[in-house]
Design a protein around this ligand. Structure first.
Ligand code: URA
Ligand code: SF4
Length: 214
């Protein structure tokens, strides 16, 4: 069924960030645009565009409820936690371009709430041309996959984040890649103890990244 899904034909000829950012709003490369408010493209922290070379591209899964409404990546609870942890390890947020493997919010209703739904392999593949265009435009020195969906998009489904987090992986045509958990996995833990442990492990991974880009 979903074999024909692909964003490629919606990509503009001129692939600068502002042009891509506009063009993605018209993407019908898969069905996820239907129930989302808008596409959420990657970006640098507001106000820091062009200030310095981008050291890191961090890739999440997809926009969440707040991102879908506001039109910016990582502005909800997961983004707040990410910003806090970046600050703790001394990574300048202005050197980090944040984006997502999938640009539209996938959700299902539960009462009045919109509950996040995992994008399918086909949807991740369909959206990959946008990610490639971002990589071309940004040329980061390091790619950081946050969680399994981003790792799937960049490293394939055989990659297991839990077993291989923090390793540096090389892939033809791409800068060095590393993967860690998604900050929302930390927020989803059931006990304080689990949350603290997961957060410490996440910060340890970010520390390695900080050393790499220093
Ligand atoms: N989670 C993600 O993966 N991306 C966002 O932009 C926000 C939450
Ligand atoms: Fe296009 Fe990606 Fe949105 Fe699907 S999720 S419609 S491929 S931008």
């Amino acid at each position: 069924m979903a074999t024909g899904l692909n964003a490629e034909r919606y990509l503009p000829d001129k692939r600068t960030l502002p042009v891509l950012q506009k063009a993605v709003q018209n993407c019908h490369g898969c069905d996820l645009y239907r129930n989302a408010t808008q596409a959420v493209f990657g970006e640098l922290e507001a106000g820091s565009e062009g200030n310095r070379p981008v050291a890191v591209m961090m890739i999440g899964e997809q926009p969440g409820d707040k991102e879908d409404i506001e039109g910016h990546p990582f502005v909800g609870p997961a983004g707040k936690l990410l910003d806090e942890c970046l600050q703790q390890v001394g990574i300048d947020r202005r050197e980090v371009y944040v984006t997502n493997a999938v640009k539209h919010f996938k959700w299902e209703p539960r009462g009045k709430r919109r509950i996040h739904k995992k994008p399918s392999v086909q949807e991740i593949k369909a959206c990959r041309p946008w990610l490639d265009a971002e990589l071309e435009a940004i040329r980061p020195r390091l790619i950081v996959c946050l969680g399994a969906t981003a790792a799937q998009a960049i490293l394939g489904s055989a990659f297991k984040v839990t077993q291989e987090r923090g390793k540096i992986i090389t892939k033809a045509g791409l800068p060095p890649i590393t993967a860690t958990v998604h900050p929302s996995a930390i927020l989803r833990t059931k006990t304080d103890e689990d949350r603290h442990r997961e957060k410490r492990a996440f910060i340890a991974d970010l520390k390695k990244i900080a050393a790499l880009i220093a």
